[in-house]
Write a protein that binds this ligand. Sequence first.
Ligand code: 2NL
Length: 336
Amino acid sequence: MLQRIEELLQEVERVSAKTAQEVEQYRIAMLGRNGKISHLFEEFKALPGEEKKKLGQKINGLKRRAAERLEELASQCREGAEDCTNGQDFTRPGNPAPMGSRHPLAQVQSQIERIFQQVGFFVVDGPEMEDDWHVFSALNFPPEHPARDMQDTFFIARDPDVLLRTHTSSVQVRTMAQQKPPIRVICPGRVYRNEVISARAHCQFHQVEGLYIDRNVSFADLKQILLYFAQEMFGPDTQIRLRPSFFPFTEPSAEVDVSCNLCHGEGCSVCKHTGWLEILGCGMVDPNVLSASGINPEEYTGFAFGMGVERIAMLKYGVKDIRLFFENDVRFLQQF
Ligand code: 2NL
């Protein structure tokens, strides 16, 4: 009997259990009513008195140790084993999912939209895949204009009349073809140019273009709208200046600068010591562009402008590299 007690003690020390089921199997086999220790106790009862005295302590020790092991196994199982659900609290709160936020370009685009909606412009949308007419021909681009070149524009293989829009002017061309003046729209959206990607240029970016056509729309109206926009976007003390420029679709044309709100005209590294930052291009809609879309240039005049959303966002937030907007690194995005 002594040998049997020693054997069972060893078995108790060696036993392991990965699941609650295995723990229960151990309890039944060892400590259950029909278990190995109960059987041993039955044999023990039949022993003569002096044998009982000799073995009583040992057999009670075995039973105690077996019960301790049961507790150990049960608690190990509760704490750790993955495949053991025993003892887990299913009512505890879940792991919170991290909150996302709107992309900085989406935020800036919405802000530009709101500023123009406030003064009666409607936001309109259009296709990113376009044809030559809506991107170039209707906008007075001559047939040999370099923008039509494969070097500058993405064309769909083998069909030179399917291309990715290089500006959202195409949406305004569609609007002019569908509506009669007065027209007051802004057209935000993604555009594509076949550029070498760098800190300042990307093959995709976002534009907001604006168009206002009615009787007697003047260059003075354009300047007033642009001053209003600049002050809403960059603060009430912001000044603007216009420099003569050229676009095929406007005449006259101008580039617009805002006073640098970092150095207030003193000159700093952001405005390259000029006190001014270029934010958009604009002009009076060329009569050829009105005619191409069936609007009589003798009756109507209009102004148009276009700006890059990335450029506005970079100036507003001091972002130094345009590529950051497209990499979706949360360490960058979380800052907005
Ligand atoms: C720039 C300059 C500009 C326009 C866009 C336009 C549209 C129509 C007719 C005439 Cl339908 N003009 N758009 C006019 C002047 C400048 O964009 O630098 N954009 C990033």
